[in-house]
Design a protein around this ligand. Sequence first.
Ligand code: ZN
Ligand code: ZN
Length: 305
Amino acid sequence: MTTEQTADAVFGLLSNEIRVDVLRAVATAQNEAEQSGGGIAELPFSEIYERVDVDSTSKLSYHLTELTGTFLRKGDEGYSFTHAGERMARFVLAENYDRPAEFGPLETDGTCLFCGESALEATLHDQYFVVRCSACGRPATGYTVTPAQTRAHDGAELLEALKRKQAIEYELVQRNVCPECGGSVTTEVRAASETTLPDEVPISFVTIDECQHCLRIYSGPMTYSVAYHPASVAFHWDRGVDIMQTGMWEFHDHVRDGRWTAERIETDPPEYRVVFRRSAAALTVHLDDTARVTRTERVRSRTLD
Ligand SMILES: [Zn+2]
Ligand SMILES: [Zn+2]
């Protein structure tokens, strides 16, 4: 894509059924080529013509010319995707322009951060996934769900798939990569007292990660995003807990009972320490002023108390 193109012109190029069919055809043909071990090939004009319902070669030629540069590349052998073409084709094939199916309420593990009751329920309502406490009515967490996800799984299985995706995405964010666009994120650390969280919730610090490119924001208690760091994943795995299969709302009781803590240990520049305690062991994680992990250490938990 050339930089002079505006977003509306780019999307305008796709307001035509034949062009969308061309993107589908290229994706399908490439998939078949890869399946048969041929690798990703350029697709000759004749093959696209066979796969797309279009009246004449001149009409197809016109549409291919329109798509080339933005959604397709033209090489010696034929056509292949640009980055935008591939993203758009996958979006179309997954039908992620559709509405996700609603589900729930579905009981889920974890306790309410506010009232401490084990009464969390997950629902997908109005296209948005929310875990809410049925005892006090307050929300525990929210996240995005794609229509393809709700078609692929339902009920408890969907919840498990969602936890897996959330874990991987927060792990990426902690490593400075935006899961949405691949751009970089900047992180702000805020005292929980400056947020809408009630004072009695021992969160201490909240991290707000914002993508500078697509503006997506990921936020949560500092301990939660650090929980998906490999050192924490390994520490918990060694103790029989699969953190990568645990939803953020299932972390609340660790914070409420003081097993997971975050504190500021230096002020200029700020440095933080997160501690995960489990039985007699603990993992300490040091973070810099941008909440990136600088050092980790396994210790006996009582040396910390
Ligand atoms: Zn509650
Ligand atoms: Zn982004």
